[in-house]
Design a protein around this ligand. Structure first.
Ligand code: KIV
Ligand code: ZN
Length: 397
């Protein structure tokens, strides 16, 4: 199936994958990515408008600023569920509830590290941790009907213990169980296998939503998230531009566009208006101070740019030759065909026509020779350069 058919092929009968954005919580935890209060309010508004189902707005116990940002985002939210993060401590959970309770649709997300390495930090035995999970999830559920629980470092937790604590969390009232790959260690086959086995083996698993939360330390976060969805997860946790600790989190724009473009393989819907992706990507890059790499999938400067002659010629004849998505579908006005030393005659002619020049074959041949000379000296040949080449060709003296 081609990109022009993908959207039409989606039907209402498809399962929905809930998009949980944590740009303002896990994303902001990137060293140096701190955002101001006003910037957080703006980004939350854009996420809400774009159709993000759940916005994790911050970690209310972390600071007065985080608490205030989560409270205001909760008050202003229109469609999205507003979620706050809390450690497995009643004080954290109470503070979180104080912030999110203003939302029309609030959620408390509480977590504790369950792997051997993480259990060693608070120095809790498996049994002591199990009791703590029961108490804190019950406490959260007494405050809020919508409770998410995460066993941090789930992918390095003993499988039997993971099943045990998930069962406890479900019985205590968790409505979403999130499975974090906290250190980005998992590979796609394992990610799928873990979700499939948990859903099959944990009593009560059928009554809750399983979520996937992947970090990108080995560059596999998007693949791991999609593999988890194919195995039964119905919530993807992600961030704009993949912002997040170390190598970042799953990139929202990547999973959303993968589910859309490869809907033939992964027949799931999201509620995201993909035409808003580029704008929000640029705003997050600006406010976080983390520029988007040029070749970043979906939102990178070069994601819809073609410089080489063969590619430009193909694109001018049929855009599907080298593009699997329409640039308009992610919020761009069109494909870009930058002129450089790899460009061919067809792209130069198209550029000249765009700029209002009519050129015959002889003149094109002449300008093309000069263009190549220039392109050998410059990384990119801009519109002004092309105009200058034309002027020189009209008036060779
Ligand atoms: O990566 C992680 O484990 C987290 C949890 C707090 C969910 O961000
Ligand atoms: Zn995380």
């Amino acid at each position: 199936m081609t990109n022009t058919q993908d959207q039409a092929a989606q039907t209402d009968a498809q399962d929905k994958v809930v998009i949980f954005d944590t740009t303002l919580r896990d994303g902001e935890q990137s060293p140096g990515a701190t955002m101001t209060h006003a910037e957080k309010i703006e980004i939350a508004g854009l996420l809400d408008e774009m159709g993000v189902d759940i916005i994790e707005a911050g970690f209310p116990i972390a600071s007065e600023g985080d608490f205030n940002a989560v409270s205001e985002i909760a008050e202003r939210s229109v469609n999205s569920v507003i979620c706050g993060l809390a450690r497995a401590q009643t004080g954290d959970i109470d503070r979180c509830w104080e912030a999110v309770k203003h939302a029309a649709k609030p959620r408390i997300h509480t977590f504790i590290g369950t792997s051997p390495l993480h259990r060693a930090i608070p120095n809790l035995t498996k049994d002591e941790m199990a009791v703590r999970i029961d108490e804190t999830v019950s406490h959260a559920r007494n405050l809020c009907d919508n409770v998410q629980w995460s066993p941090m470092d789930a992918t390095r937790t003993e499988f039997d213990y993971l099943c045990r604590v998930i069962e406890i969390a479900i019985k205590a009232g968790a409505t979403t169980i999130n499975i974090p790959d906290t250190v980005g260690y998992t590979a796609p086959r394992e990610s799928a296998e873990l979700i499939r086995k948990l859903i099959a083996e944990v009593p009560g698993a059928q009554d809750v939503i399983f979520a996937t939360h992947c970090h990108n330390d080995l560059g596999m976060a998007t693949a791991n998230s999609l593999a988890a969805v194919e195995a039964g997860a119905r919530q993807i946790e992600c961030t704009i531009n993949g912002l997040g600790e170390r190598a970042g989190n799953t990139a929202l724009e990547e999973v959303v566009m993968a589910l859309r473009v490869r809907n033939d393989l992964m027949p799931f819907q999201t509620g995201i208006d993909t035409r808003k992706l580029m704008n929000i990507s640029r705003r997050v890059a600006t406010v976080s101070g983390f520029p988007v790499q040029f070749n970043k999938a979906i939102v990178g400067k070069n994601a819809f740019a073609h410089e080489s002659g063969i590619h430009q010629d193909g694109m001018l004849k049929n855009a599907e030759t080298f593009e699997i998505m329409r640039p308009e579908d992610v919020g761009l006005s069109g494909t870009s065909l930058p002129l450089g030393k790899h460009s061919g005659r067809a792209a130069l002619r198209a550029k000249l026509e765009d700029l209002g020049f009519e050129v015959g074959d002889n003149q094109l041949r002449d300008v093309f020779v000069r263009f190549k000379e220039l392109a050998d000296r410059k990384k990119e040949v801009y519109d002004d350069d092309v105009v200058a080449l034309m002027r020189a060709s009209d008036d060779p003296e």
